[in-house]
Design a protein. Structure first.
Length: 151
């Protein structure tokens, strides 16, 4: 049994969160994971700016930041559940980026959540080859869930 929790720590009503959770559940099943747990925490720019500054020494907001718990191949478990970590998403950045990229807020929020999920699994985009692998997986999940780029 998998457990994905989404917490909205902002004062904004976000109707899209139920769909985002379904997209993440699909990504988990696509990766054939069982008994995993992770959280998605929706925050504002100020909160994510603080996280980015304190944990990455980058003094500005970002759209998504992840804290994976499987450091150095040691998986954190609670009973028989693997705890993957936390994904923080700035709702402010998601709104702004959906407008900049001319697609729906649902598309941007889903993209950021799936992007964070793959980071929790150890995928990264520090070089072109790794980026291609990670982004291909993300796009497959979003396309298969019919989360399209257009509004």
């Amino acid at each position: 049994m998998n457990n994905i929790e989404i917490f909205n720590e902002t004062d904004k009503q976000i109707e899209e969160l139920d769909t985002v959770k379904k997209v993440l559940e699909y990504a988990v099943s696509k990766e054939k994971l069982n008994n995993v747990e992770f959280n998605v925490i929706i925050v504002d720019n100020s909160y994510i700016h603080n996280l980015n500054k304190n944990y990455r020494n980058i003094d500005k907001e970002t759209d998504v930041i992840t804290f994976a718990l499987d450091d150095e191949d040691k998986v954190i478990t609670a009973g028989d559940i693997d705890i993957l970590g936390d994904i923080y998403i700035s709702v402010d950045k998601a709104i702004k980026q959906s407008e900049e990229y001319n697609h729906s807020f649902l598309r941007e929020l889903s993209f950021l959540a799936v992007h964070g999920f793959y980071h929790l699994l150890g995928y990264d985009h520090m070089n072109k080859k790794d980026e291609e692998v990670m982004f291909k997986k993300q796009e497959e999940v979003l396309n298969e869930c019919e989360i399209k780029r257009e509004k």
